[in-house]
Design a protein around this ligand. Structure first.
Ligand code: FMN
Length: 346
């Protein structure tokens, strides 16, 4: 199977949901953008899709300095996160619920979680798993997949009530997950509220209570400003993910690559700073790393890869990102991840 085969298969299965276009940019003419007149969110962005497309535009506006004259090297994309060695600082984002708007004939939630977690592991990366209204403590598809992968995965829970969250965290510990966290931007989830699974804004004290409740590294996902990033540090978190949820929770935010530099300037070295939004290739990854991110998550392309090719499809997608990251590192003069800095940008 090639990457093209996987995408062609995904295009058939995701008919009417995602066009599997060459550019996944959330522009108004894309079939995923159904929300503007009250349609369902599907795989698109909320509202008119500006936050989604701003992620892609922000990355497109960053340019590399091509720098070639030095002795030859083969780029080493590997690094470590939370003490684990990975083939590159790129991870499968926590995406859930494709079955709920695509139907079980597209992919079941169980298959989707297995594809992400096991496919990422095969590529030397880590699959992150999310949370949605179909998940319960008894039926936690993401944690089941992480268990099957001997703990090789990260679990991000929706900001449910504190007691339920603590139980999810305990379950993540039981399956030996690498880390656990909460997507604080999930407090705006209509899907959760509509299915009687209330979600909440979280205070520093709430987040500290959760982070103190576990020995696992604790992550806060959904940070889009320096204030929230600083609050996350006060809450004792180990990492934040700069993210607007792929433009799915509030329309008219900037792209994540636009807010990342200020967050890096305020927090670099205090905690890990990861980022996602609009990342499709290793070139996009290198831009985020050059801005100072410690790692990058890939969302919608994991959906297409899992739907089109299951575990193997995700491995192929992650390998494609690694190959393009390696090429971009060669052409900008970065032998290893440590050598990447904003000096490679113009
Ligand atoms: C269909 C869909 C479902 C998602 N579900 C979750 C989730 O359950 N938890 C979470 O933290 N983020 C969720 N996200 C957000 C992703 O983790 C990630 O932040 C986003 O997709 C990155 O942008 P990209 O898709 O442009 O790569 C979801 C995104 C999509 C597209």
């Amino acid at each position: 199977m090639t990457s093209e085969d996987v995408r062609n298969e995904a295009r058939k299965k995701l008919k009417g949901i995602c066009g599997v276009y060459r550019d996944c940019d959330g522009l108004p003419n894309r079939i995923c953008q159904g929300q503007s007149y009250g349609g369902t969110l599907g795989i698109g962005g909320i509202g008119a899709g500006y936050s989604f497309s701003n992620n892609v535009k922000a990355l497109a506006n960053i340019h590399f300095k091509m720098r070639l004259i030095s002795s030859h090297f083969t780029p080493d994309t590997s690094t470590t996160i939370f003490g684990k060695k990975v083939s590159m600082p790129v991870y499968g984002a926590p995406v859930t619920g494709v079955n709920s708007f695509g139907g079980e004939d597209v992919i079941t939630e169980e298959e989707f979680c297995r594809a992400t977690v096991l496919g990422c592991r095969e590529a030397g990366s880590i699959g992150w798993r999310g949370d949605t209204f179909t998940y319960t403590l008894e039926k936690s598809f993401g944690l089941n997949a992480i268990k099957e992968a001997d703990g090789w995965g990260i679990k991000i829970c929706k900001p449910r009530d504190q007691e339920t969250l603590k139980q999810f965290i305990k379950k993540a510990e039981k399956v030996n997950a690498i880390a656990v966290g909460v997507d604080v931007d999930g407090c705006g989830s209509f899907a959760m509220a509509a299915h009687d699974k209330p979600v909440y804004r979280k205070s520093i004290a709430d987040l500290k209570e959760l982070s103190d409740s576990t020995e696992l590294p604790f992550i806060i996902k959904g940070v889009m400003c320096v204030e929230d990033a600083e609050a996350a540090v006060q809450a004792g978190t180990d990492a934040v993910v700069v993210s607007n949820h792929g433009g799915r929770v509030l329309d008219h935010t900037p792209g994540t690559a636009e807010v990342l530099p200020d967050i890096i300037a305020a927090l670099k070295g205090k905690i890990l700073i990861l980022v996602d939004g609009g990342v499709r290739t290793g070139y996009d990854v290198l831009k985020m790393l050059a801005l100072g991110a410690d790692g990058v998550l890939v969302g919608r392309d994991i959906v297409r890869a899992a739907v089109g090719g299951g575990i193997e499809g995700v491995r192929i997608q992650m390998d494609y990102i690694k190959k393009t990251l390696s090429r971009a590192m060669l052409m900008t003069g970065c032998p290893s991840v440590k050598d990447i800095s904003k000096n490679i940008l113009i």
